[in-house]
Design a protein around this ligand. Structure first.
Ligand code: 3MF
Ligand code: MG
Length: 434
């Protein structure tokens, strides 16, 4: 037991009129939305990475937070960190959490010592999970912080780092399986380059494709039935990352024969960095059949950095869940908060309030998305806009050739008549629900 959250009671649903800052006003886990409990739709996860491992630093200044689990380079404090994390899970009642290996264990002096530390913490998690409902959404390896990864993990010019990456991912997949994790994530922050002057891009892409095939082979070998997820991001920390966005990732998966084995973990902030909206990335993944899970943390539209803020924009969140629900909702995936406090938000209460607010915004977005689907206005507008393709003439156009279409157009039997896209009317429609 720690006393970090000592004065904070478990968060309850109090309804939309509540003025209690530490209550849910929209997230009511048992409320049924489109035939399913809200908790089962949203599948919230808390990320160890930002909520417990990050210490409040930015490029201009170091640690601002003082936590009972600092300094984080010892096994004793790793356990205190785990105690505090599970205390927060008890307070928030979210169904999942997730980690990088480096978030949860101190780095050792050797691979074997790091692994020993990691396995001890995984066992400690296992004990804590056995007396609670909280589950593991995904595990992942941090292959971007330590200096060994500075030139990449699987794309490193040094084959020894490729081997070290393989060994690291094996241990993280083993731990994910041991804790009953439902997905395994790979995010390639250093899988990219700073300058093409020293980079053989074709070779690096082939190595990354081979590496991901080894990951998939290992998944089958150990009987891991969860989903392997790749998380796109265009840049930061690398100047250019190979997993740029959803479409780029799909092309990569296809080239290396993995499009039926690997899905995507999409993050709102990464979508913004790539010059897309979150719903663009989700709609791309659903169109290509590779939507896996989401990181629901937004970027600041002015700073241009990956600021990883908790969500607070209902219309944006509603449109994201609209596309997720239209795809049938999550299967193994969920809504992870890969989000951090602002570095001036020092208190335990800030950490709880941030998650409460994020969960509530998502619940409002989900309800708005479900209401739009149940009303059917956007679907009806789509059906009307594409109605021509449901006619016999429309269907025939996809099964003919340029000459035939030329003759029809040239003879005047086909003559396009532009119709309104009705964008403002549809934006006003969405506004009724958010
Ligand atoms: C970076 C991220 C990553 C991933 C993930 C797996 C370090 O911008 O979003 O966080 O979400 O946690 O490494
Ligand atoms: Mg992320």
């Amino acid at each position: 037991m720690t006393d970090f959250f000592a004065n904070i009671a478990p968060i309850a649903f109090e309804g939309a009129d509540s003025t209690n800052p530490l209550a849910f006003r929209h997230y009511n886990p048992d409320e049924v939305v489109m035939g399913k409990r809200m908790e089962d739709h949203l599948r919230f996860a808390i990320a160890y990475w930002h909520s417990f491992a990050w210490e409040g630093g930015d490029p201009f200044g170091g640690q601002t937070f003082e936590r009972p689990w600092h300094p984080q380079d010892q096994m004793a404090t790793a356990k205190i960190k785990a105690d505090a994390a599970f205390e927060m899970f008890d307070i928030l009642g979210q169904p999942y959490f997730c980690w990088h290996d480096a978030d949860i264990r101190p780095e050792g002096d050797s691979f074997a010592e790091s692994l020993k530390n990691f396995e001890a913490v995984i066992d400690y998690f296992g004990e804590k999970m056995s007396s609670r409902d909280v589950k593991l959404l995904w595990g992942t390896a941090n292959m971007f912080s330590h200096r060994r990864w500075m030139s990449g993990a699987s794309t490193n010019p040094d084959p020894d780092v490729f081997a070290y990456s393989a060994a690291t991912v094996k241990t993280c997949m083993d731990a994910t399986l041991k804790l009953g994790g439902e997905n395994y994530v790979l995010w390639g922050g250093r899988e990219g380059y700073e300058t093409l002057l020293n980079t053989d891009m074709g070779r690096e892409l082939d190595h990354m494709g081979r590496f991901l095939n080894m990951v998939v082979d290992y998944k089958h070998k150990i009987g891991f039935t969860g989903t392997i997820l790749v998380e796109p991001k265009p840049q930061e920390p690398s100047k250019h990352q190979y997993d740029y966005d959803a479409a780029t990732c799909f092309g990569f998966l296809q080239k290396y024969g993995l499009e039926n084995e690997v899905k995507l973990n999409l993050e709102q902030g990464h979508a913004i960095l790539a010059g897309h909206s979150f719903e663009h990335e989700i709609a791309t993944a659903t169109a290509l059949g590779v939507l896996g899970s989401i990181d629901m943390n937004r970027n600041d539209y002015q700073s241009g950095w990956d600021t990883d803020q908790f969500p607070n924009n209902v219309p944006e969140v509603a449109l994201a869940y609209y596309h997720i629900l239209r795809d049938g909702g999550f299967s193994t995936g969920g809504t992870n908060f890969d989000a951090k406090l602002r570095r001036q938000s020092l208190d335990a209460e800030d950490l709880i309030a941030a998650h409460v607010g994020g969960m509530d915004i998502c619940a409002r977005g989900l309800k708005a998305a479900a209401a739009m689907i149940e009303d059917g206005g956007l679907d009806a507008a789509l059906s009307e806009r594409y109605a021509g393709w449901d006619t016999d003439a429309g269907k025939a156009m996809l099964n003919t050739d340029l000459d035939t279409l030329f003759n029809q157009v040239h003879s005047g039997s086909i003559a396009p008549a532009p119709k309104s896209g009705r964008q403002e009317i549809l934006e006003n429609y969405v506004n009724r629900f958010v």
